[in-house]
Design a protein around this ligand. Structure first.
Ligand SMILES: [Zn+2]
Length: 166
């Protein structure tokens, strides 16, 4: 049973207003949207969105997940809040950002592409050992991986997810 949808800013711009009613967004998106699409930003209050700020526990969980996959440096504070809010509400994250889609897969969060095309780059991610460089079979997403990504069978180093060649 779906528990609502968290919309990233691309969805706020692209989706029809009636489709967004009742969806979850974070307050920091208002400024982001204002920079990208001021006309859309002016409409925000008439859409019927639910504004919510994720709690500290959810933010810590999202940070831990992003740190583990090595995606942290590529995420904006807004991205991290969206991920955390999705975790907290067990909501579907609507995003075209491949990093966020990948984090959803690994964190057991449902996601939906803004353009409904689905993820294409997922299969170009690979588990690589930062110790010896060996590439392990990709994770059989989607499922929660609370035990982390595991360690290298060759040298024991904790595995990290890397973006492979297209
Ligand atoms: Zn290794």
């Amino acid at each position: 049973m779906a528990a609502g949808e968290v919309l990233d800013t691309a969805a706020l711009i692209a989706w029809p207003m009636e489709r967004m009613r009742g969806s979850l967004v974070v307050p920091s998106q208002r400024a982001e949207l204002g920079r990208i699409s001021p006309e859309r930003e002016m409409l925000l209050d008439s859409i019927g969105l639910e504004w919510a700020t994720p709690g500290g526990a959810a933010l810590a969980q999202a940070s831990e997940l992003a740190t583990r996959t090595g995606d942290m440096s590529g995420l904006s504070p807004v991205d991290l809040e969206l991920l955390a809010l999705s975790l907290e509400r067990s909501a579907t994250l609507v995003t075209d950002d491949y990093r966020l889609q990948n984090l959803c897969e690994l964190g057991g969060i449902r996601w939906l592409s803004v353009t409904m095309e689905g993820i294409r780059a997922l299969w170009t991610w690979e588990l690589r050992c930062p110790g010896c460089g060996a590439v392990q079979p990709p994770p059989d997403a989607p499922q929660a991986r609370r035990g982390g990504l595991g360690s290298c069978p060759d040298c024991g180093t904790a595995l990290r997810l890397r973006r492979g060649r297209e």
